[in-house]
Write a protein that binds this ligand. Structure first.
Ligand code: ADP
Ligand code: ADP
Length: 220
C-alpha cells in the first residue's frame, strides 16, 4: 500500500523568488527503497524535509503513513514515532556514549529502561558496533559514526527512513560499507527508505530512482 503520497507540492523561498519545489506528484509504496537524485539546488533536500514534516509547503498535499500534514498538530510526535532521519553529518551528541545516542529516540516510546538498552544493543550489533557501545562518538571513524546514526534512525522502529546524502562525507570504501549496511537493513527491518543523493552510483542501489530538476520530477 502507499505510504507516501504527494500531490502538486509547491514550496518557495524568499517571498516566492526561489521555487524550490515546483509541482511535485509522487507516490511511494510501503517497503520501497527509493532514491532521489539531482544536481545541487534541484530541490532534493526540500522534498525530503517535506516528507519528514520538517517544513511546510506553500500548497499541495502530503500524506505520510496515513497522516495528512495539514491536519495534524502533533508534528513532533509524528516524527518521533514514524520517521528515522540520517543526515550527511551524523549529528551525534559528542558527550554521550554510542549506546546513549542510539537510545535517545527510544525515550519517545513506551519501552522501559531495560528494553531500551536491549533495543539499542541489538541495533548496535546489527550495524557491527557491539564492542564500541561505551565509546564516545569522537573516538570513532567517520564510517562508524554513520553506522551509529543508522542504528539511532532505526531505534524507534520507524515506518520510514529519510536519508540525506548519508555517504556525502565518507570516502568511497567507507561509503560502500555504509550503503551495504543500508541495503541489508532495508531487507531485514522491512522499512521504507527515501535516500537523497547527487551520486548516480548511490542512487542506482535503490529499487526506484526519482530524478529531480528545478523542483520537478523529470523521471521516475
Ligand atoms: P538540493 O537538496 O537538491 O541541493 P535544496 O532543496 O537544498 O536542493 O534547495 C532547492 C533550492 O531552494 C535551492 O535554490 C536552495 O538555495 C533553495 N533553498 C533551500 N532551502 C532554503 C531556505 N531555507 N531558504 C532559502 N532558500 C532555500
Ligand atoms: P544539500 O547538501 O542537500 O544540497 P544544502 O546544503 O543545499 O543541502 O542545504 C542544507 C540546509 O540548508 C537545508 O536544510 C536547506 O533547507 C537549507 N538551505 C539551503 N539553501 C539555503 C538558502 N539559500 N538559504 C537558507 N537555507 C538554505
Amino acid at each position: 500500500s502507499v505510504i507516501i503520497k504527494i500531490q502538486n507540492l509547491i514550496k518557495t523561498y524568499e517571498n516566492g523568488n526561489i521555487k524550490a519545489l515546483n509541482g511535485i506528484d509522487l507516490e511511494i509504496e510501503e517497503g520501497e527503497f527509493v532514491s532521489i537524485i539531482g544536481q545541487s539546488g534541484s530541490g532534493k533536500s526540500t522534498l525530503l524535509n517535506m516528507i519528514g514534516f520538517l517544513d511546510v509547503p506553500d500548497s499541495g498535499t502530503i500524506e505520510v503513513a496515513g497522516i495528512d500534514l495539514k491536519e495534524t498538530k502533533h508534528l513532533d510526535e509524528f516524527r518521533s514515532k514514524k520517521i528515522g532521519f540520517i543526515f550527511q553529518l551524523h549529528n551525534l551528541i559528542p558527550n554521550l556514549t554510542v549506546q546513549e545516542n542510539v537510545e535517545i529516540p527510544i525515550y519517545e516510546t513506551s519501552l522501559n529502561s531495560k528494553a531500551r538498552s536491549e533495543r539499542a544493543l541489538y541495533l548496535l550489533s546489527l550495524v557491527g558496533l557491539k564492542d564500541k557501545v561505551n565509546m564516545k562518538p569522537t573516538k570513532l571513524s567517520g564510517g562508524e559514526r554513520q553506522r551509529v546514526a543508522i542504528a539511532r534512525a532505526l531505534a524507534n522502529n520507524p515506518s520510514i527512513i529519510l536519508a540525506d546524502e548519508p555517504t556525502g562525507s565518507l570516502d568511497s570504501k567507507t561509503s560502500k560499507e555504509v550503503l551495504d549496511l543500508i541495503l541489508e537493513l532495508h531487507e531485514k527491518e522491512n522499512v521504507t527508505i527515501v535516500l537523497v543523493t547527487h551520486d548516480t552510483n548511490v542512487a542506482n542501489l535503490a529499487n526506484r530512482c526519482i530524478e529531480v530538476l528545478d523542483g520537478k520530477i523529470i523521471s521516475s
